[in-house]
Write a protein that binds this ligand. Structure first.
Ligand code: SAH
Length: 354
């Protein structure tokens, strides 16, 4: 095992301490950190002497995720990357173009341990956590590849960010570094299936990011049947955690609700969802700003789940609106390149035959 620190996971002050220990002047960190975060390897830093670069290379590791496959949507310019990591494992990232700028969806783990029944990322379980540098590296590599500045991040790729809590928090702080990638917390969303104690830990940090909860059902029986995490942290506990998160941070929470035909897409289910959110989060004493993202399920082979029809989706959204809940139907970007996370990695594993 290589115990040397990974350069892309270091905070500026840690890089400074490391360079000082190597006998380098303090200002070197201020030269090296911004270049690392622009996608340059130490070898490419022409303003750093060869002797310093050699010392650094001997004391640390460096690896930028390598573009193993890249698909560009002819419809909307969405770019889907399959990135290969230093150990040969692959993760996916998706670059999405909106009117207000470019946003990237990043992965937080290789595979996922959570077992949601409709999700491609969890087939085969979790292989390992990503380091903070590997999560950040997806952004740096995409910026380097496209030459474009990325303005927003969603942690909605492969993996459960709150199952890889320490590295996720380190990543959030790194990506926010002024002399690095410099993406503001308000332009970062973190999506979780609902690991309640870690939601509380995150709330205690009070980072002004947007928390997104993958809800997908409003009663425990249905949610248990599609999301095993609900057996550990049922809906009532999740709602209580949302209240605590809002009380601590004042930030709105958004909810993701994947519409699966015949499972959770009826108007009755929409009324139940309205009731759940209004009763728990929008009482007379609490008026939490909330938003529901409706996502017609992407059909994953062998899961048996089918997309809700367009009419059912519209009717579902209408019931929420009628009950005072803002809802949007997620626009499907990159429909021609299968841009939902998890599927490209599955393809690559299938082709390798492992
Ligand atoms: N583990 C985190 C983040 C990754 S998944 C979480 O659970 O939130 C990002 C979102 O995509 C989640 O809301 C997830 O439930 C949803 N998702 C997963 N598979 C999907 C599929 N086949 N169709 C539609 N949405 C899916």
């Amino acid at each position: 095992m290589d115990n040397r620190p990974d350069l892309l996971s270091l905070f500026p002050e840690e890089l400074e301490a490391l360079l000082t220990a190597l006998g380098e002047p303090r200002y070197r960190a201020g030269q090296i950190f911004p270049q690392l975060h622009r996608g340059l390897s130490p070898d490419e830093m022409t303003n750093i002497g060869a002797a310093t670069r050699e010392k650094l290379a001997a004391a640390t590791t460096y690896f930028l995720p390598r573009v193993a496959r890249k698909l560009v949507s002819a419809m909307d310019g969405t770019v889907k990357y399959l990135f290969e990591l230093a150990d040969g494992n692959c993760v996916e990232s998706v670059l999405m173009r909106y009117e207000h700028g470019v946003t990237i969806c990043v992965s937080s783990e290789v595979g996922c341990p959570m077992g949601c029944k409709f999700c491609a990322s969890t087939i085969g379980g979790k292989v390992r956590n990503l380091t903070a540098g590997e999560i950040l590296g997806q952004i740096i590599a995409a910026e380097r590849d496209t030459g474009e500045k990325i303005g927003g991040v969603v942690m909605m790729g492969i993996g459960e960010p709150l199952d890889n809590y320490e590295n996720t928090v380190r990543f959030l702080r790194l990506v926010n570094e002024k002399s690095g990638v410099n993406i503001g917390y308000r332009h970062i969303s973190l999506s979780t299936c609902g690991i309640v104690p870690r939601i509380d830990d995150l709330a205690a940090l009070s980072l002004p990011i947007t928390l997104s909860i993958s809800l997908h059902a409003s009663d425990n029986e249905t949610r248990n049947s599609i999301m095993p995490v609900n057996r550990r942290y049922p809906i009532e506990e999740l709602m209580a955690a949302c209240r605590r998160y809002f009380a601590a941070t004042g930030r709105r929470i958004s909810f993701e609700y994947t519409l699966i035909a015949g499972k959770n897409d009826s108007e009755e289910a929409a009324r139940a969802l309205s009731l759940l959110l209004n009763r728990n989060l929008r009482t007379r004493t609490e008026t939490m700003p909330i938003h529901v993202n409706l996502i017609p399920v992407n059909e994953v082979e062998n899961t048996g789940f089918r997309r809700a029809g367009t009419r059912a989706v519209a009717a579902f959204a209408a019931v929420l609106e009628k009950n005072g809940i803002r809802a949007t139907v997620r626009r499907k970007l990159g429909a021609d390149i299968n841009a939902s996370c998890g599927q490209l990695r599955r393809d690559s594993i299938a082709k390798r035959g492992t």
